[in-house]
Design a protein around this ligand. Structure first.
Ligand code: FAD
Length: 407
């Protein structure tokens, strides 16, 4: 069953034509673009609306690995990622200048704008992307109406809000954001290179914070096309003067905060603009409404240090676009009872909870200095270090133990 039609095929919005589709997706960041591609590939008529034709150079996720790759493979996008990103297979993990362990496994580094472009390129019909701003969404049990700044309109059976942290449309629908942790973390992103133009001696490197007072969780270095990308994740007051020092003198400040890093970096410099971001952890309320579903950051924000944002949004996309939306479109109506199935999906709820749990864990592991967390922190790194040394003595041992535990 499709949206009632005196149908106009999806096309660029105009002041007169109403575009009629099965699903209108508002927001073409990673969540919205992937969702649109999955649904369109399955034969649904989709309109993806974003206010920008090309995603800007904003600091968001810049590395993809582990479980995220499995999920991208399942959705059929791993090859596309492989074509546009820098692949790396080993991460050297250090603390206080000493090796903690080495993480082995495929991962990719790329700017967020390239990741979004990759997702949008997977749309079978590029004209499904409408560059416009959605100014209002009116949702009911049957048909939904989306208003565009250009004066155009879209009629759809289901609206997916994938507007990221921008909350305006949600507010108009009575959806509010509940802040769970204000100014939870601060992230910095910049690209480095050695002054002698020589490559670094590592493929990728993670350097953990040395003192709880610094509030540094870790600095992650990984390859992107422009050089070696650095993501620094901190739990610290964003008004602290150290933030300005990191922006103005990133090289000296990073080495002051992480002196153990010096021998690994040699004489390096920052080759682009230092970007930074203060993250508030939040989740929406009042979202269970007919005809509309929120996914990705539009539903819940994530701690960048925990690295759970992409896994969460991929679960949203996979559950909504391969299970619920196709089923809902097969019968009349788009009432709350349908929409609530998605929000109570077991995998989705688990991913949302895991994201919050990891956000709190990373903050406590980084900056709590009571005896309990001090012991826990020492044990955390000791366990990793012992496991690594045992694996060096008997290569393959760790992989065998892990696969035995999984069996
Ligand atoms: C600094 C930082 C570092 C991060 N690092 C990691 C990491 O290492 N690992 C990880 O897993 N996650 C990380 N994340 C989280 C991850 O980047 C996000 O979860 C993810 O990008 C969210 O994607 P989204 O599509 O939900 O939102 P967005 O990418 O923000 O997309 C929202 C889109 O909606 C559009 N839009 C909004 N309003 C309208 C409107 N009215 N009309 C039309 N279009 C509209 C915008 O133009 C935008 O394109 C990080 C986040 C930050 C901020």
């Amino acid at each position: 069953m499709t949206a009632d039609s005196n149908v106009t095929e999806p096309s660029a919005g105009s002041a007169t034509a109403a575009i009629v589709v099965d699903i209108a997706i508002v927001g073409g960041g990673l969540a919205g673009s992937l969702a649109a591609a999955v649904l369109a590939r399955a034969g649904h008529r989709v309109a993806l609306v974003d206010k920008r034709a090309v995603h800007p150079d904003e600091f968001r996720v810049e590395k993809i690995g582990g479980r995220q790759l499995e999920m991208l493979r399942k959705l059929g996008y791993l090859d596309a990622l492989d074509n546009v990103a820098c692949r790396y297979d080993q991460v050297l993990n250090i603390r206080e200048g000493k090796v903690v362990d080495v993480s082995v496994g495929r991962a990719y580094g790329l700017p967020y704008a390239d990741l979004v472009a990759m997702a949008r390129s997977q749309l079978p019909d590029p004209s499904s992307l409408i560059v416009d701003e959605v100014t209002a969404v009116n949702c009911r049990d049957d048909l939904q109406h989306v208003e565009l700044a250009s004066g155009g309109r879209i009629t759809a059976r289901l609206v997916v809000l994938a507007t990221g942290m921008a909350g305006v449309l949600g507010y108009k629908l009575g959806i509010k954001r509940r802040v769970l942790a204000e100014r939870h973390s601060v992230s910095f992103g910049f690209t480095i290179a050695r002054r002698d133009h020589a490559p670094f001696d590592f493929e990728a490197l993670t350097c953990y914070g040395e003192r709880t007072a610094d509030g540094i969780d870790y600095l992650s270095l990984f390859p992107v096309r422009a050089g070696m990308r650095a993501n620094l994740f901190m739990f610290r007051d964003p008004t602290d003067p150290i933030m300005r020092e990191l922006r103005r003198e990133p090289e000296a400040t990073v080495l002051r905060l992480l002196p153990g890093l010096r021998p690994y970096l040699g004489d390096f410099h920052v080759i682009d603009r230092v970007q930074n971001w203060v993250m508030h952890l939040s989740v929406v309320e009042g979202h269970l409404q007919p005809g509309v579903v929120l996914i990705g950051d539009a539903f819940q924000t994530n701690c960048p240090a925990a690295g759970t944002g992409v896994a969460r949004l991929l679960v949203d996309v996979e559950r909504l676009c391969t299970e619920y939306a196709p089923r809902w479109l097969g019968t009349e109506g788009m009432g709350r009872e349908k929409i609530s199935e998605f929000y109570s999906d077991r995998d989705k709820v688990a991913a949302d909870q895991q994201s919050l749990k990891m956000a709190r864990f990373r903050q406590a592991l980084t900056s709590r200095n009571d005896i309990g967390w001090d012991v826990r922190r020492r044990l955390h790194f000791l366990r990793r270090s012992i496991t690594h040394r045992l694996d060096q003595m008997r290569p393959g041992w760790l992989a065998q133990v892990r696969s035995a535990l999984r069996a």
